[in-house]
Design a protein around this ligand. Structure first.
Ligand SMILES: [Fe+2]
Length: 384
């Protein structure tokens, strides 16, 4: 029995081809839209489609595409200047987490001024951001429905988390067809990120009944579909379910939290600029092994949601099946080792320090400190 809260200020419009409704959605909020995206998305033609839909309802649009894979504070500065010069009254974030997180951060600066680094942490933002429509093009981050933005502080080489319900998008326009052209490695990495959100959202100390049910559903959906989308990116029904899972996982961890995998993966992303999803993937098995004795009942349910047969097993033995399922999945998706990704022995201490400084440490279901992170990084380095 627990007391809990649940918040979802973002209206969700979900389905194949809902991108065509963006003009109708946008006209409720503004007349001059800054589209925040990245160079990869620019090549897909989605931005032209959006601009056209906006023109049909007399909304002028300007594009800011200078967003990096691990979005940086400098991009937020540049984007905010561009938004101010253009006199934007509406932001549209189109892309993976990097573009949407940058759009959120630009929205903060447009309303409050200063630098995004001034708002690091939870609830440092005082005013609602400029109205934002979030259009995800990957099934992974769930940021279209969260209150968080993760931006790299370039001086510290550290991924800052900036969070407030005032940063939520007004509308999440979630169209699974936008993921049909994603390359298979990005499909795998982003899908694992969604899996990590659901596992961490389900087991974090702040988990609660509503986020639990969303997270478990997301784990099942991912388990049933991630191999299919990796094998054939054109499988629309599997893409649909992955997009749904990513969004449900976003709502879950947005109300609960992420935990040790994100602490470790973000430390790696901050230091090496490795893509978010694959950084999570290489840390995931070690964190599950570490965490599972904290709540064997929940980890047993995760193992079942991942398709493991746990009939006749004790709860702890069933929980340990999670590790088997995860390692099997990472193998099927050809996830590289941490060392292939650039993990270096001389950096392990620095990484453990950065992981221990992450805001999500407190949410990990098993207490842990810098030394525990160091042991896990060492294991990831040894690939054992
Ligand atoms: Fe993530």
């Amino acid at each position: 029995m627990q007391n809990f809260q649940f918040l979802l200020p973002t209206r969700i419009v979900f389905g194949n081809e809902v991108i065509n409704q963006i003009g109708e959605e946008a006209k409720n909020f503004g007349k001059r839209a800054l589209i925040v995206t990245d160079k990869g998305v620019l090549k897909t033609g989605y931005v032209e489609r959006i601009t056209q839909c906006l023109a049909e309802v007399q909304i002028e649009a300007e594009v800011f595409a200078n967003v990096d894979p691990n979005p940086r504070d400098k991009s937020v500065d540049q984007g905010s200047k561009k938004a101010q010069q253009f006199k934007a009254d509406l932001l549209i974030g189109v892309g993976g987490g990097s573009a949407i997180d940058t759009a959120k951060a630009i929205g903060v600066i447009m309303q409050e001024g200063g630098k995004i680094n001034d708002y690091e942490g939870l609830d440092r933002v005082n005013k609602p951001i400029t109205p934002l429509i979030a259009v995800p093009t990957t099934a992974g981050t769930g940021t279209e429905v969260t209150f968080w933005s993760v931006i790299t502080d370039t001086k510290r080489k550290f991924k800052m988390s900036i969070g407030s319900p005032l940063m939520a998008a007004k509308v999440a326009l979630v169209d699974p067809t936008l993921t049909l052209t994603l390359p298979k490695d990005i499909t795998a990495y982003t899908g694992i990120d969604a899996l990590v959100h659901s596992i961490e959202g389900y087991t974090a100390t702040l988990s609660q009944p509503i986020s639990d049910s969303l997270a478990l559903t997301a784990i099942e959906l991912i388990s049933n579909n991630i191999r299919k989308v990796y094998a054939n990116g054109k499988n629309l029904s599997a893409r649909y379910e992955m997009m749904l899972a990513s969004m449900l996982a976003g709502i879950a961890f947005g109300n609960s939290d992420v935990a040790a995998v994100h602490c470790m993966g973000e430390a790696m992303g901050g230091l090496y600029d490795t893509p978010h999803g694959v950084s999570m993937a290489v840390c995931l098995p070690y964190c599950i092994e570490y965490n599972l004795i904290s709540n064997p009942e929940k980890f047993a349910k995760i193992a079942q949601a991942l398709g493991e047969n746990t009939v006749g097993l004790s709860t702890l033995a069933a929980a340990k099946k999670c590790i088997v399922a995860i390692r099997d999945l990472l193998g099927d998706l050809n996830i590289p080792s941490a060392r292939t990704l650039g993990l270096q022995k001389q950096d392990l201490k620095k990484l453990a320090e950065a992981a221990a400084a992450n805001v999500a440490v407190e949410s990990n279901p098993r207490m842990l400190d810098q030394q525990d992170f160091l042991s896990m990084f060492q294991r990831a380095y040894d690939n054992d």
